[in-house]
Design a protein around this ligand. Structure first.
Ligand code: GRF
Length: 202
């Protein structure tokens, strides 16, 4: 499948997907990186890796619906089969999400359903949880709620700061996002009737 990665910022998860997809036998082609912010650092990193990188500045659109319509048109034009959100900091409208149902995945820096939304590492430390982590899930209209494909857990250590904890989580994001993308591309993780079906390893 032809995969588009949507970003808004530094693009470290994007790079982990690009690197994984460049290895022999990976069942996906990263065909496009798209940012809603023209100044996203990840765009330059994608270009340097030889990936087509474009920006679609949300500021040029009157509302979410018109931005999402333009985004959909671009993805269709580029014959994209699957969308990976990787630090894409913009809410998508329900019609767009429905159009891409089962074909759009996201990575979230917490063990969902805990700590949806922003500032997950600060909140995990405030709550005093001992286990934290990250989640790859199919995207559904409600934010950070979609059916879970893969998770990784990390310990919360004495003296952790949001930065130190976040770095530990990010290292795991870079492991599970390519692994989850592989499963989805091979059809071994699918959205069926609103639930994820995973074929276990043969
Ligand atoms: C990651 O922590 C990801 O989980 C969250 O946004 C951050 C993006 O980082 N959705 P990067 O741009 O992939 O480096």
């Amino acid at each position: 499948p032809r995969v588009a990665i949507l970003i808004s910022g530094r693009g470290s998860n994007m790079m982990s997907l690009i690197e994984a997809a460049s290895r022999p036998g990976f069942p996906a082609e990263i065909a496009l990186v798209l940012s809603n912010r023209p100044d996203a650092h990840g765009l330059a990193r994608a270009q340097a890796a030889g990936i087509a990188a474009r920006s679609l500045d949300h500021k040029g659109f009157a509302d979410r619906a018109s931005f999402d319509a333009a985004l959909d048109a671009l993805l269709v034009e580029e014959q994209i089969d699957l969308v990976c959100l990787a630090g894409f900091m913009r809410l998508l409208t329900a019609p767009f999400v429905e159009t891409w149902a089962g074909r759009m995945i996201n990575i979230h820096p917490a063990l969902l359903p805990s700590f949806k939304g922003l500032h997950t590492h600060e909140r995990a430390l405030e709550e005093g949880v001992k286990i934290h982590g990250c989640t790859v899930h199919f995207v559904t209209p409600e934010m950070d709620v979609g059916p879970i494909i893969m998770q990784a857990a990390v310990p919360v250590l004495e003296g952790d700061t949001p930065d130190s904890l976040g770095a530990r989580v990010l290292a795991q994001e870079h492991v599970i996002y390519p692994a989850a993308l592989r499963l989805v591309c091979e059809g071994r993780a699918r959205l069926e009737g609103g639930r994820v079906v995973i074929d276990e390893f043969e």
